[in-house]
Ligand binder design. Structure first.
Ligand code: PAF
Length: 273
């Protein structure tokens, strides 16, 4: 595995691959890799000839009161995990944007609710960095975990709307042995909060396993189970538009974000018909 820090080197290499018609797979990350990330890398491996993983903690997607400065980092550990998972090129730029960077990519509509309502500048930051990374890496196919389900739908819309010619593939949400969705931010949780946080996936499973056709009834059931300091949202939505539904009569998504102290945890589950 090669490690590239320079934006220009990455771009020149990628343009060479493109000229030679190589199939390039890409897994963008913010590092502090866990089994959720390595699963994406392993799943991407057989889909491409060259596999690029990026690690960049993108300031544009953090709000002014969020955890940018304390976001966990482990570059040496991450490099070992990437190599073991089958990565060819680890792209770890120190800075990604030129000083006179002037562009913002804004996906409208599906970004106004849920995470977008709680973090108004977040998705513009995500879409902008991913667009720039796509330009630098020139991937044929890119994978984003369904753990951040809204992010996945936003990036899929961006790639389609801008005719980027990049296949956007969902990667599975990976859970810890006790069901907690893996997240780099789990490291912030106290032992007590981590135990309380198990109620998050249990609440979503209650929604999934209920037989009631009423979304309202299923959500009420889940609210009873959820133990946290604050629920940012808990709802049942259309898997493409992310609009809330009233009737549970087709494949849908139950989505939730709950706060434990200063830590926000996201989770979601697919609901069958
Ligand atoms: O999901 C993440 O880790 C980030 O939002 C992403 C897609 C790498 C963009 O910074």
């Amino acid at each position: 595995m090669d490690i590239i820090h320079s934006v220009d080197t990455m771009h020149a290499l990628a343009l060479g691959w493109r000229a030679r018609g190589k199939k390039v797979g890409f897994v963008p990350t913010m590092g502090y890799l866990h089994r959720g990330h390595t699963t994406l890398i392993e799943l991407m491996r057989p889909r491409c000839e060259l596999l690029v993983v990026s690690i960049y903690v993108n300031p544009l997607q953090f709000g002014p009161t969020e955890d940018l400065t304390r976001y966990p980092r482990d570059p040496d550990g991450d490099a070992k995990k990437c190599e073991a998972a089958g990565c060819d090129i680890l792209f770890m730029p120190e800075s990604l944007y030129p000083p006179d960077f002037r562009t913002t990519v804004n996906v409208t509509g599906i970004t106004s609710r849920w995470e977008g309502a709680e973090r108004p500048t977040h998705f513009a930051g995500v879409a902008t960095v991913v667009c720039r990374l796509f330009g630098l890496v020139q991937p044929t196919v890119a994978m984003f975990g369904e753990k951040d389900y809204q992010q996945f739908t936003v990036l899929k819309s961006m790639a389609r709307d801008l005719a980027m010619g990049i296949e956007i593939v969902p990667g599975p949400l990976v859970r810890d042995h006790d069901g907690l969705a893996l997240s780099s931010r789990n490291v912030y949780l106290s032992t007590e909060d981590r135990a309380r946080a198990l109620s998050l996936h249990q609440a979503l499973y209650a929604i999934r396993d209920s037989r009631s056709p009423s979304a309202k009834e299923r959500i009420a059931l889940a609210r009873e189970k959820l133990v946290c300091d604050k629920v940012d949202y808990l709802d049942i939505v259309d898997p493409d538009t992310l609009e809330p539904v009233e009737l549970v009569n087709r494949p849908l998504r139950a989505i939730a974000t709950a706060r434990y102290g200063r830590t926000r945890l996201l989770d979601n589950v697919a609901i069958g018909p």
